[in-house]
Ligand binder design. Structure first.
Ligand SMILES: [Zn+2]
Ligand SMILES: [Zn+2]
Length: 589
């Protein structure tokens, strides 16, 4: 009706435009975007009115809602054509608000190339334009573009907006540009006291570069405006750095802070710390807190992992079965535990069940599964079936190494040699295998950080080789090379347990000369026996590396002696050892 009314009449341009703008605007205000668009199109087609800047600003706002790329392109074309109209009173083409909005709409429609072209066509750009474009780039992971752009911003503008600084810092973090990020900190210091977003990003920046001191400085100096995100960033960092005590301490500090509501991510992080720190005492208390808080799938998964890592597989399975829904992480966690407890039948069942439930395995699933099954030579056909069913281009170095470990254990050396050809040279496992099979070793640039997964596989590989050779485990060339890096040496050689006061105690070797496994687990056991006289809990000791034969014998001997009437658990990188009455469960399999 309305449209017909307009079409039947002819107006003089100016009066017409005001009237049309009003009607389009009314449609917009009522949320009738499609109608507004239709009206605009008809007006243009029939040349019944001449859109002005006001029309385009309204239409661009409407495009933002409609998120239709073809529409925005048409309107962009019209705006560009207006260049030839030579209207001095209303320069649509150079109108900075129209340019900004046009760019913004392209960003909203995820067309960043077009947005960038509009940006480049602008005569002047303000902070909002920069922020808009950089937000778009960062959201799409195009950090190089944000970084490039940051080099072109006049510095008077660069350090005047906390949002701009945050966006550039984000790009510096992702692109590992420490010096540029540091400069942002130096020049943007004054934002720290009143901008949580900037502070949070700066904390993230320093943690990503392992600059714990700087990160803590920011954390402590701005404690009045810390948020849950800052706590979780720091806790995640400590978990990653094998410092569970610090994660647990942060949890208790947070608990005392009545201004911040604890969320489920914090619980997941503290449960991970308890699992790694072997904190039997603390675990009960935190589980009570969780019962009051309520659980979700992530917390349940973390609880399964925690109980399993604390030696209580039954409880872990119980929680798994009580869950109404599982995800791939639930299965990976349970499979990993079956690996630690050498339950290869249960692992296979769990894997089949996972398939039946419609979950597709990911890389992690395969590595864990192969790791677990490879311990049982008679499962080698299952291992092969699973491995060769995975498309060849999806078999990464870790997975291939896990397969090699399994083949070694099953003594299928021809097949080992075939797979060896496919391992990339920079992989630590590749060197480990070569050094031990062919007896040749060159020094190599191993990665500074070796993941738990790689370590476990490496240790498993060594275990399998020695089992095959009927040899006692000893310090290998690769171990020696790893021990040259202090950080890795600490991580690999320390043993620890939780004292009854809830503090984790670490034991390091006093040996100046490297020998065997450094035997720190012996030291830990002696201390734990003393400590646990007053506790009803079992003895649980952990180590990130494989236990050597000598220590293994020592643990057996202690479990036989009158000193210990309790079960003694040792969790090393590849499995759980349960020592009782002079025998270890690993010898019964
Ligand atoms: Zn030892
Ligand atoms: Zn054992």
């Amino acid at each position: 009706m309305l449209i017909n009314f307009f079409l039947k009449r002819t107006y003089r341009i100016n009066v017409n435009t005001i009237q049309w703008n009003k009607t389009i605007r009314n449609h917009q205000l009522n949320g009738n975007y499609q109608q507004a668009l239709k009206l605009f199109q008809i007006g243009i087609e029939k040349k019944t009115f001449q859109p002005n800047s006001v029309t385009y600003l309204t239409m661009l706002d409407i495009c933002k809602e409609l998120k239709s790329l073809s529409t925005i392109r048409t309107i962009h074309h019209l705006i560009d054509s207006s260049k030839n109209l030579n209207n001095n009173d209303d320069d649509i083409y150079n109108n900075p608000r129209i340019r900004s909005l046009l760019m913004d709409v392209y960003i909203k429609c995820q067309d960043l190339d077009s947005a960038y072209r509009v940006f480049q066509s602008m005569n002047e750009r303000n902070i909002i334009d920069y922020c808009g474009l950089m937000t778009g780039f960062n959201n799409q992971g195009q950090y190089e573009k944000t970084y490039e752009l940051s080099k072109k911003i006049p510095s008077s503008m660069k350090y005047s907006s906390p949002l701009l600084c945050t966006l550039i810092l984000q790009a510096c973090t992702e692109l590992k540009q420490y010096d540029d990020g540091y400069k942002i900190h130096e020049n943007g210091k004054h934002f720290l006291s009143n901008n949580k977003m900037f502070m949070n990003e700066l904390l993230n920046f320093y943690l990503k570069f392992n600059q714990e001191k700087q990160a803590l400085d920011i954390f402590e100096k701005n404690s009045n405006q810390l948020t849950i995100i800052d706590y979780s960033l720091l806790m995640k960092y400590y978990n990653h750095q094998y410092q569970p005590q610090k994660t647990i301490d942060l949890y208790y500090r947070l608990k005392k802070n009545s201004h911040i509501q604890i969320d489920h991510i914090i619980y997941v992080l503290v449960l991970q710390a308890i699992a790694n720190g072997c904190c039997l005492h603390t675990s009960e208390q935190i589980h009570d807190h969780i019962k009051k808080f309520g659980t979700n799938i992530d917390i349940d998964n973390a609880l399964i992992n925690m109980y399993g890592k604390l030696g209580n597989l039954d409880q872990a399975e119980k929680i798994f079965h009580s869950m109404s829904k599982h995800n791939i992480i639930s299965y990976n966690i349970l499979l990993n535990l079956y690996g630690l407890y050498r339950q290869s039948d249960r692992a296979l069942n769990c894997y089949n069940q996972m398939y039946q439930q419609g979950h597709r395995p990911d890389d992690k699933t395969y590595v864990i599964l192969l790791h677990t099954l490879s311990q049982t030579p008679n499962k080698i056909n299952d291992v092969k079936r699973i491995f060769f069913n995975i498309e060849e281009n999806k078999r990464g170095p870790i997975l291939t190494s896990a397969m090699i470990a399994a083949l070694i254990r099953a003594q299928l050396f021809d097949e080992v040699n075939e797979l060896l050809k496919k391992l990339p040279k920079e992989n630590i496992l590749f060197y480990a295998i070569k050094a031990n099979i062919n007896g040749t070793i060159d020094k190599f640039n191993y990665p500074i950080v070796i993941t738990n997964e790689q370590l476990a596989l490496y240790d498993l590989l060594m275990n399998n080789m020695y089992t095959y050779g009927g040899l006692n485990d000893r310090l290998t060339t690769i171990d020696e090379i790893l021990y040259e890096n202090d950080k890795l040496k600490n991580m690999l050689s320390y043993s620890w347990f939780e004292k009854s006061n809830g503090k984790i105690e670490y034991f390091k070797s006093n040996n100046l000369q490297l020998e065997n496994c450094e035997h720190t687990e012996k030291l830990a056991l002696e201390n734990a026996l003393e400590e646990q006289k007053i506790s009803s809990l079992p003895i649980l000791i952990a180590k990130n590396h494989r236990i050597c034969n000598e220590c293994h014998e020592y643990f057996k001997k202690i479990s036989l002696s009158f000193v210990s009437k309790k079960n003694i658990y040792l969790r090393d990188s590849t499995r759980f050892h349960l020592f009782s009455s002079g025998i270890c469960c690993c010898e019964l399999a």
